[in-house]
Design a protein around this ligand. Structure first.
Ligand code: 3HC
Ligand code: NAI
Length: 676
């Protein structure tokens, strides 16, 4: 392999180029190469040093694949300190993204420039870490405490222009980064500018309340996570301590975060997300079909959101409904959603109008003839879906991809009614489809390779995270969710209450407890889905006795103002309902169950291990390719706590022997599912 750091002199400028594809991560070789090259550049006749990168981006940070292994010298903080201590001025020139350690390199240099299209950021928090190469100490010195806290605790990169306004970048160029940077270097020299060390700047002082406020905000936004709070501690330290001690404090916090199970979980998810988009038996050179236009059938909850997801990235959409009234209803919701985003200031009126304008309503299948991809999102009725696929087979052009958004139905049976099952697959979005990032791509038995590959690329185009599943009832996500919800329902009958089950799982880290989720989804949805199943597949209904009684009493969940909880019509705030407690207790009595106190730990184990157990079955049957794919489904589709790493990673962390022993015990004591 050629050396990842090269050096040449242009005029008075010593140009250091980092070239370590794909994203110029700071591997050991890059750290060594940069350290040695900077020493050489300091020693030669050049007057100023310029650090830039080859390829698609500036340095994207430390090499995450080296994390968890024994650290090797030179450490990044030392390399960056050597750069800052250079007696010659050092300039960095950013294109693409300067992230994490990459941006810390920028902060350690004396002068900073970037292309206008570049972004900079400190996203370590997404890996359960904090900037560990001076970032927590240098950022507040340049941008102030509040901006530094926001940059590091959100982990969101910002455009070069915004970084310049915040004081983090000095010069922004529209094009020709190298040419402009070289000219700027010569100018700095001519102006007699020397090294300006950020570490020697004072940190602007703020009221202590700023840190308390940040911690309070994070208690909600980053519930249960360690790293964001450590970031606040480090920035607070920067206001109290001279740079060397602040940097020392940062290093200790970084080491603790790095050793934490949380960071291991989040690093696992980083790689799992990228793996999930890869299909093991799909040749790398599989050709792709063009998706220039999309048709969506059904403008209900899902269809509207799917249409928005496409329109939001510039894809024109035909939205087909049964009649004009249904279309009007659907467009009403879509327009309402755009209006809300405009009101929140997240979208301009013009952009909202442009997006809305890309969605065209129709009631005529002939209008779908040219669509490259059709996504069916009508009621969850297999016969209706088959009727629609027959129709699509008649009207759609050859090569069009036909997808169903079914939650549970047999994708192969739906594809089987067409003369082109190879063009068919499932595209299972999550509600609200314009917001939720997960897209389960359901590969039918006959789905062609190029259809699958195109669907995965389409997912990325519309900014979703794809995870591939094979066909089974409920695919990966919903199939696992069923035993999870069933276990939660059983806990109610055995002695728990909705709010205690929800509190236990919320504390564990789920975005919402299972009972509150059932209310949100609508209790009638699960009820109807179960009732539609043949009795031998449906299994024992006893655990759902309370939920079913609520449905039969018209308490369908949030949408009817009451389900397991009662909802305030204005605020939608949930309150426990004594009537439900009475119903639960009556059900226990009818079933002859003596109610008992159930601890939070048992509640969590019963529900989460039910997920894990079904996940293992799914892996065994080849429905999911890898445990990491399942974790991605649960992270992006079901609000599983990011710092737990997903159900399968969590199971590994607590130990599969422990999980197996508990699942066996629950099976024997409570009739939970048998171990996988
Ligand atoms: N280390 C190692 N590998 C990395 C990496 C990193 N920092 N960043 C990306 N990669 C790998 C990916 O795993 C992927 O590998 P694959 O092709 O084998 O799947 C490949 O590079 C391309 O990555 P993406 O598919 O994500 O490419 P995109 O173009 O979509 O995105 C990116 C590029 C915006 C740079 C994105 O990869 C990214 O956000 N990377 C992570 C950045 C980050 O978190 N940096 C902080 C690291 S921690 C740190 O710096 C600690 C310091 O403070 C001490
Ligand atoms: P919905 O009831 O909100 O919308 C269905 C829409 O389809 C209605 O607007 C209806 O008028 C329309 N429709 C019915 N028959 C039609 C026909 N013959 N031609 C054209 N349009 C027709 O249902 P929802 O919730 O959007 O679900 C749609 C599909 O998405 C279902 O298969 C469901 O299982 C699946 N799904 C639902 C999720 C959810 O959370 N709601 C999540 C993921 C998938």
């Amino acid at each position: 392999m050629s050396h990842p750091v090269s050096y040449r002199v242009v005029g008075n400028v010593g140009v250091v180029t980092i070239d370590n594809p794909p994203v110029n991560a700071f591997s050991l070789a890059v750290r060594k190469g940069l350290n040695d090259t900077i020493s050489d550049a300091i020693a030669d006749d050049s007057g100023i040093i310029l650090i830039a990168c080859a390829g698609r981006t500036f340095v994207a940070g430390a090499d995450i694949s080296e994390f968890g292994k024994p650290p090797e010298d030179p450490w990044l903080p030392e390399v960056l300190d050597n750069i800052e201590n250079s007696p010659k001025p050092v300039v960095t020139a950013v294109h693409g993204t300067a992230l994490g350690g990459g941006f810390e390199l920028v902060l350690a240099s004396h002068y900073r420039c970037a292309l206008a299209s570049a972004k900079v950021g400190l996203p370590e928090v997404h890996l359960g870490l904090l900037p560990g190469a001076g970032g927590t100490q240098r950022t507040p010195r340049l941008a102030g405490v509040e901006a530094a806290l926001e940059l590091m605790t959100s982990g969101r990169p910002i455009p070069a222009g915004k970084a310049q306004a915040a004081g983090l970048i000095d010069e922004v160029f529209d094009d020709d980064l190298e040419g402009n940077a070289l000219r700027w270097c010569e100018q700095l020299l001519a102006d007699g500018k020397g090294p300006v060390k950020v570490s020697e700047k004072a940190v602007p002082q703020v009221d202590a309340a700023v840190f308390d406020g940040a911690r309070q905000l994070l208690a909600k936004r980053a519930r249960g996570q360690l790293a964001p709070f450590r970031i606040v501690d480090c920035v607070e330290a920067a206001t109290r301590l001279p740079y060397p001690q602040g940097a020392e404090f940062e290093r200790e916090q970084f080491a603790e975060c790095m050793a934490s199970p949380q960071s291991a979980a989040m690093r696992h998810l980083f790689f799992a997300e990228r793996q999930a988009a890869k299909v093991r038996d799909l040749p790398k050179d599989t050709s792709l079909r063009n998706i220039r236009s999309v048709a969506v059938i059904g403008a209900g909850t899902m269809g509207g959101g799917i249409a928005m997801s496409c329109a939001n990235v510039g894809i024109p959409v035909k939205l087909l409904e049964v009649d004009a009234a249904a279309l009007e209803r659907g467009f009403g919701v879509i327009e309402g959603n755009y209006a809300k985003t405009v009101k929140k200031g997240r979208l301009s009126q013009e952009e909202a109008a442009a997006r809305r304008g890309r969605i065209e309503g129709t009631t005529d299948y002939a209008d779908l003839a040219d669509a490259d991809l059709v996504i069916e999102a009508v009621f969850e009725d297999p016969e209706l879906k088959k009727t629609i696929f027959r129709k699509l087979d008649e009207v759609c052009k050859p090569g069009a991809i036909l997808a169903t958004n079914t939650s549970y139905q047999d994708v192969d049976a739906i594809a089987g009614v067409t003369n082109r099952p190879g063009d068919c697959l499932g595209l299972h979005f999550f509600s609200p489809a314009n917001v939720m990032k997960l897209l389960e791509v359901v590969r039918g038995a006959k789905t062609d390779d190029d259809v699958l590959a195109t669907a995965i690329r389409f997912a990325k185009t519309i900014r979703k995270v794809p995870a591939v599943a094979r066909v089974c009832y409920g695919f990966i996500g919903n199939r696992m969710f069923n035993p999870y919800i069933r276990e939660a329902q059983k806990l109610l009958i055995e002695g728990a209450l909705p709010e205690t089950v929800d509190a236990a799982l919320y504390e564990f880290g789920m975005a919402m407890g299972p009972i509150a989720v059932s209310d949100l989804a609508g209790l009638d949805v699960g009820y109807k889905a179960r009732m539609a199943l043949p009795e031998e597949v449906r299994g024992d209904d006893t655990p759902f006795k309370v939920a079913d009684a609520l449905v039969e009493a018209g308490r369908l969940g949030q949408k009817s103002g009451a389900g397991f909880y009662t909802y305030d019509p204005e605020t939608r705030r949930a309150s426990p309902d004594p009537e439900v407690v009475t119903l639960i207790e009556k059900t226990s009595a009818e079933l002859g169950v003596e109610r008992r106190d159930i601890g939070a730990e048992e509640m969590v184990e019963r529900c989460v291990f039910a997920l894990v157990n079904e996940g293992l079955k799914i892996l065994d049957e080849g429905i999911a390719q890898r445990p990491g794919d399942i974790d991605i489904v649960y992270l992006y589709g079901y609000g599983f706590a990011v710092h737990r790493g997903g159900p399968m990673f969590y199971a590994d962390q607590v130990g599969l022997d422990h999980v197996l022993a508990r699942v066996r015990e629950f099976h024997e004591r409570f009739g939970s599912d048998a171990p996988a």
